[in-house]
Ligand binder design. Structure first.
Ligand SMILES: C[S@@+](CC[C@H](N)C(=O)[O-])C[C@H]1O[C@@H](n2cnc3c(N)ncnc32)[C@H](O)[C@@H]1O
Length: 378
């Protein structure tokens, strides 16, 4: 996939060079290669330098990509209606994972207030210090009177709690391992240094990767074309266990772009799902622009379902985003906001927002929502 990318600014180049230096030092200390999973971890989360840890705009028109909550308030208002029964039943809290700019938190809280289901606490679990500051500023400007309910966490709650957990586009940001199936075996994609840039090196797969690929591909492995490149996410199960461990009773909703496993590891998808986003251009080279571009992989929703089952969760809904929003009163949200809109421009923007959320070629179909419920501690 060849895509013309805009030229980074001198500041961006300098920032990226500093992170590249850190990655080079790790590669040298590791005798010449690091697994791609480690490269992705550093590129996104190295303290102070990774894409999510440092100060790049990331979200919205000035950034690299747009998420559903960044488009406006419609997504959040429907989500609030989806979570309202849980909050009514449990009288509990909300935990949002990876809250980005804070836009979803602000609009959710305002809608919970209108629906009379405000959570006791709205907890935000965010790895990035820069984003925490941004989330606080967003909440201060849009929902200042609800800020005292907000609490930033460094780690998932250590005490038992009830309520709703929510993660929009977080699983796609978990580092993945890349594998290559060839006629002569299975290989891990690792990263090394070439002439002044990072390059791929294939290593024979270790036992952990062999097991993970076997679990994902099963009998389908023999039918796939060679070479076949794709990815697995070993972090998903431990991450899920950690973030849901103390949620005794409630609902967990995960929204992301992804497939069921059959589609994920389909023969036609022989280059995997890893994508990079830089200033609204999508491409497939994660080894350039470290620290100033996003790196994501699509979500295998069967892996999420299996992990959830193993931790005592039941899947209560799995639907394309368009169907989920329609079920949770998108018509009413839209009609109310349309009637209240001050002018034609606002009405136009609202219609555009709904189109992007709902149309199959936009976010309506590839984005899926998996809602889980559990009513006892594991
Ligand atoms: C693609 S952004 C989505 C942001 C926001 N949810 C939205 O929809 O606009 C991914 C977010 O997940 C966060 N994140 C990544 N790994 C995380 C983890 N292990 N725990 C909590 N947040 C994480 C990132 O820092 C970032 O805020």
């Amino acid at each position: 996939m060849r895509v013309e990318l805009p030229e980074p600014s001198p500041d961006e180049r300098e920032h990226s060079a500093r992170l590249a230096m850190l990655i080079r030092e790790e590669i040298a200390a590791a005798d010449g290669t690091i697994d791609f999973e480690r490269y992705m971890e550093l590129a996104l989360y190295a303290p102070g330098l990774g894409y999510y840890s440092a100060g790049a705009a990331k979200f919205g028109a000035q950034g690299d990509f747009v998420t559903a909550p960044e488009l406006g308030f419609v997504f959040a208002r429907c989500m609030a209606r989806a979570l309202a029964p849980t909050l009514r039943d449990t009288g509990g809290d909300v935990l949002e994972l990876g809250p980005g700019s804070g836009a979803l938190a602000a609009e959710l809280l305002l809608e919970f207030e209108r629906l009379h289901v405000l959570p006791g606490r709205y907890r935000l679990l965010e790895r990035s210090a820069d984003l925490r500051e941004r989330q606080r500023a967003t909440l201060q400007s849009r929902a200042a009177h609800l800020l005292d309910r907000c609490e930033w966490l460094d780690a998932p709650p250590s005490a038992a709690w009830r309520g709703a957990l929510l993660a929009n586009e977080v699983i796609d940001a978990l580092p993945v391992r890349l594998f290559v199936l060839r006629d002569d075996g299975l290989f891990a994609r690792a990263v090394t240094e070439g002439e002044g840039r990072f390059v791929w090196r294939e290593m024979p797969a270790d036992a952990a990767l062999r097991d993970a690929v076997q679990l994902m591909l099963g009998a389908r492995r023999g039918e796939l074309p060679r070479p076949y490149v794709s990815e697995v996410c070993p972090l998903l199960a431990p991450w899920f266990a950690e973030v849901t461990r103390r949620l005794e009773s409630g609902t967990a909703v995960f929204v992301d772009y992804g497939y069921a496993r059959d589609e994920y590891y389909a023969a036609r998808r022989s280059r995997g799902t890893l994508r990079c986003h830089y200033r609204h251009r999508a491409h497939d080279d994660p080894l350039i622009l470290p620290g100033i571009q996003d790196i994501t992989a699509w979500v295998d929703f069967d892996a999420l379902r299996e992990t959830a089952h193993s931790r005592g969760w039941q899947v209560v809904d799995f639907a394309p985003q368009s169907a989920f929003l329609a079920t949770h009163e998108l018509d009413d949200v839209f009609a109310t906001a349309y009637a209240a809109a001050a002018d034609e421009t606002t009405r136009y923007q609202l219609s555009q927002e709904v189109k992007r959320l709902m149309l199959p070629g936009e976010m309506g179909e590839h984005f899926r929502v998996m809602a889980l419920q559990r009513s006892k501690a594991d």
